[in-house]
Design a protein around this ligand. Structure first.
Ligand code: BTN
Length: 336
């Protein structure tokens, strides 16, 4: 294993470790340890406290991912459904990895987690900031007999699964923004990227990727270009372990995928709307350089956003929603 990862593992407990002890453990000189620490700070944005006479300490302890722990925490039914669980230290993108695995014939139910992504993908071509050892980067491959077009509601269901997982672990006050952002007070805690491929009449496969912020240093977060929050900063979030979180996410995603396979969106539509933070609010929907302002009156059975504007309700399948600051409803128009 690369020295940098070994060093992080030694420091993960958040306690002080002397330069001398680290040098001995890793078979390096103290100067080489110092160089590695500098790299972790400057290149990876890790917050490492150095005190002369005591050594080095991560300001935020890391709970690294462990396959056996995650499997042990999974309820039996989900463990049986899972066809495999890979954990990578570093990967370009867990979604990309499973897309390649899918093309090579990997079975439905394959999951992939990573401690760090070098090319984490977000929606709408954005980068997903994916520093080492904090946050969750999880992808799950699922095969459907359905045609890709029939999977339109799936991305909403997946968002709901993430909310359920967090609620189950004691994190409340969160909700959804169409189609599948998980927010706390207008700030993004988690997001999903679904990549669907398949034959036009079916079958199809989807790689469902979840990125969830558990803790980010200021330097790491400086690359995020939207309002964000991490679990450590919100009520009930600090105590949640990453392995527990990964297991609960996998479990809830499997449940949601199975439910979708049998019933589409129908059984979960009401629950989705209850978690919808923008329901009945005036929102702006941006699609390329067009923007539509309207009152968000719900979602339909295909997962489309229903906007009321100029006296009529229309369904929209794509776009980015933001809350309109002036909340005088019935005011509606189209920009651009
Ligand atoms: C969004 O922009 O809201 C979606 C973010 C999805 C990020 C996750 S992290 C795990 C998986 N691998 C990726 O490259 N992207 C998704």
């Amino acid at each position: 294993m690369d020295t940098r990862y070994l060093l992080i593992r030694s420091l993960a407990d958040g306690k002080f470790h002397s330069g001398e002890a680290l040098a001995q453990q890793l078979g390096l000189s103290r100067a080489a340890i110092w160089k590695q620490i500098k790299g972790l700070r400057e290149q990876w944005g890790m917050e490492i406290h150095a005190v002369s006479g005591r050594g080095y300490r991560l300001t935020h302890a890391l709970e690294l991912l462990q396959q056996d722990q995650i499997l042990a925490l999974l309820p039996a039914a989900s463990r049986e459904t899972l066809s495999g669980l890979e954990i990578h230290d570093i990967i370009d993108s867990t979604n990309e990895h499973l897309m390649l695995q899918a093309a090579a014939g990997a079975a439905s139910g394959q999951a992939c987690l990573a401690e760090q992504q070098t090319m984490g993908r977000g929606r709408r071509g954005r980068e997903w900031v994916s520093p080492y050892g904090s946050n969750i980067y999880l992808s799950l491959l699922w095969r459907f007999p359905l045609a890709p077009i029939e999977l339109s509601g799936l991305s909403l269901i997946a968002g709901l699964a993430v909310v359920r997982a967090l609620n189950h672990l004691g994190v409340t006050e969160i909700g959804l923004k169409w189609p599948n952002d998980i927010l706390w007070r207008e700030q993004k805690l988690a997001g999903l990227l679904l990549e669907v491929t398949g034959e036009s009449e079916g079958p199809s496969q989807v790689v469902l990727g979840v990125g969830l912020n558990t803790w980010l240093s200021n330097q790491q977060a400086s690359n995020i270009d939207q309002p964000w929050v991490d679990l450590a900063s919100i009520p009930g979030g600090k105590e949640v372990g990453r392995n527990q979180l990964a297991a609960e996410l996998i479990h809830q995603l499997i449940n949601a995928l199975e439910c979708f396979e049998d019933h589409g969106l129908s059984l979960l539509l009401d629950e989705w709307q209850q978690q919808d933070l923008y329901h009945n609010k005036t929102v702006t929907l941006r699609m390329g350089n067009r923007a539509i302002v309207g009152k968000h009156v719900g979602i339909d059975e295909k997962g489309a956003l229903l906007l009321s504007h100029a006296g009529e309700v229309k369904a929209y399948y794509a776009g980015e929603v933001s809350l309109r600051v002036d909340q005088d409803d019935e005011h509606a128009n189209t920009i651009g």
